[in-house]
Design a protein around this ligand. Structure first.
Ligand code: NAD
Ligand code: GLY
Length: 364
C-alpha cells in the first residue's frame, strides 16, 4: 500500500492506494481514527461487486453502516438524488459526527461529497473510488457538485474528503471504454507536469493495457502525487489548478455538440489534447514535433479516438467555444504544452488556428 498526502492544513488527508484495500476498509478506517455512524452511497452496478465486501469489513471493525443506492448514470448527479441522501440522513438521525462513504465512480463521488458539504453545514466523508478516472482525478481535490438541467456541475462546493481509499483491484470489472477514458487523465498528468512519468506510461503500455495490478497501483499513486501537488498550491483554482484542464476546452465542446452521448469524457479530452498539441505547434509554443505522434500512439493503443468522427462541424465547435456568453470574443484561456511536462496559459490564440486545427483533425 502507498500513501499520498494532500497537505492543506486542517483539511489535509491521505490517499491510500494499492490492491486488496477494499476488504480492509474497516481496519483502515479504525487505524485512521474514523468514528461515527456511516452511510455508504453507491449505485447498483458497483454494489453488485463491492458493497458486500465493504459492509462486511466495516461490520467486522465494529462500525454501524447503512446504504443508499443511487441509480447509475450522470443524470442522477442531481439535487433530487442529493435530497434522497439527506432524507436517509435525517430519517436515520445521523448527527454531525456521522460519515458519508462514496463507493463508486466520479458521479457517486461528486454527489456524495456535495451531500457531505451541505448536510448540517458539513460532515466528514470518505472516498472509495472504483473507476480509474475517480482514483486519479475526481476523488482528489475536493471539487464536489451536482448538475443543473441547464449545465454540468453548476451547483457545488470545494469540500475535501477526510480519507481516500483507492483499490486498483476494482479495475477488474471496469468496462474497457471506462478504463481507457481514465487513462487519458493519467497521460494528461504526465504531459503537463512530469516527463519521467509520461515515459513510464509509454514504457509500461502493455502492462497498463493488461491492467497489471502492480503497475496500476504505481500509476494511480503517481497520478495522485501529481494532482495533490497542484491542489496543494491552488486549492480553489484561482490560478495554477487550471492546468489540470489541459485538453478540456475542446473536449467539453465536443461532449456538448454531441449531446453528451457520443463520447466518454476521457475520449473527448483525448481529442482535446491532440488539438491543444496541434495549436501549440502551429503557434510555435511547442517545438517538439515528436510529442504529437507519441500522444496519438498512446491514445490509439488504448482504443481512444485520434480523429473527429464523421460529421462534426468546425463552425459548430467554434460557436460553442467563442460565442458562449461567458467568453469574451477571442479570450479563451488555452492551456498549451511548451514541452513535455510543461504547459502555459495563453489568451492570444487566433480563432483561425483553432478552426484549421479542428479541420485537420477531421472536422467538416
Ligand atoms: P461514473 O461514475 O459514471 O462511472 C462510470 C461507469 O462505471 C458507471 O456506469 C459506474 O456505475 C461504473 N463503475 C464504476 N466503478 C466500476 C467498477 N469498478 N466496475 C464496473 N463498473 C464500474 O463515471 P466516472 O468517469 O468515474 O466519473 C465521471 C464523473 O466525474 C462526472 O460527473 C464528472 O463531472 C466527474 N468528475 C469530477 C471531477 C472532480 O474533480 N470532482 C474530476 C473529473 C470528473
Ligand atoms: N479535474 C480538475 C480539477 O480537479 O481541478
Amino acid at each position: 500500500m502507498q500513501e499520498v498526502r494532500v497537505e492543506l492544513g486542517e483539511r489535509s488527508y491521505s490517499i491510500l492506494t494499492g490492491t486488496g484495500l477494499l476488504v480492509r476498509s474497516g481496519s483502515l478506517f479504525k487505524e485512521r481514527g474514523v468514528k461515527g455512524k456511516i452511510l455508504t452511497v453507491t449505485n447498483p452496478t458497483v454494489a453488485q461487486w463491492y458493497l458486500t465486501p465493504l459492509l462486511d469489513s466495516l461490520a467486522e471493525a465494529g462500525y454501524q453502516a447503512e446504504t443508499v443506492l443511487i441509480p447509475d448514470g450522470e443524470e442522477y448527479k442531481s439535487l433530487e438524488q442529493a435530497g434522497r441522501i439527506y432524507d436517509k440522513l435525517v430519517d436515520g438521525e445521523y448527527d454531525r459526527k456521522s460519515v458519508l462513504v462514496a463507493l463508486g465512480g466520479g458521479v457517486i463521488g461528486d454527489l456524495t461529497g456535495f451531500a457531505a458539504a451541505t448536510y448540517m453545514r458539513g460532515i466528514r466523508y470518505i472516498q472509495i473510488p472504483t473507476t480509474l478516472l475517480a482514483q486519479v482525478d475526481s476523488s482528489i481535490g475536493g471539487k464536489t457538485a451536482v448538475n443543473h438541467p441547464k449545465g454540468k456541475n453548476l451547483i457545488g462546493a470545494f469540500y475535501q474528503p477526510n480519507l481516500v481509499i483507492s483499490d486498483v483491484g476494482t479495475f477488474r470489472t471496469l468496462p474497457e471504454r471506462e478504463f481507457s477514458s481514465g487513462m487519458v487523465e493519467v497521460i494528461k498528468h504526465g504531459m503537463i507536469l512530469d516527463p519521467d512519468y509520461f515515459e513510464k506510461l509509454e514504457h509500461e503500455a502493455q502492462a497498463i493495457k493488461a491492467r497489471d495490478p502492480e503497475i496500476m497501483a504505481e500509476i494511480v499513486a503517481g497520478s495522485c502525487r501529481i494532482k495533490a501537488a497542484v491542489v496543494q498550491e491552488d486549492e480553489r483554482e484561482t490560478g495554477r489548478r487550471a492546468i489540470l484542464n489541459f485538453g478540456h476546452t475542446i473536449g467539453h465542446a465536443l461532449e456538448s455538440i454531441t449531446g453528451y452521448q457520443r463520447f466518454k469524457h476521457g475520449e473527448a479530452v483525448a481529442l482535446g489534447i491532440l488539438a491543444a498539441l496541434k495549436i501549440a505547434l502551429r503557434n510555435k509554443i511547442l517545438d517538439d514535433a515528436a510529442l504529437y505522434p507519441k500522444a496519438a500512439a498512446m491514445f490509439e493503443s488504448l482504443g481512444l479516438p485520434t480523429k473527429l468522427p464523421a460529421g462534426i462541424s468546425c463552425e459548430g465547435i467554434m460557436a460553442l467555444l467563442y460565442l458562449d456568453k461567458k467568453v469574451e470574443y477571442g479570450k479563451i484561456r488555452w492551456i498549451l504544452p511548451k514541452s513535455l511536462g510543461q504547459v502555459l496559459i495563453s489568451s492570444k490564440i487566433p480563432p483561425e488556428t483553432v478552426k484549421d486545427t479542428l479541420s485537420e483533425l477531421g472536422g467538416v
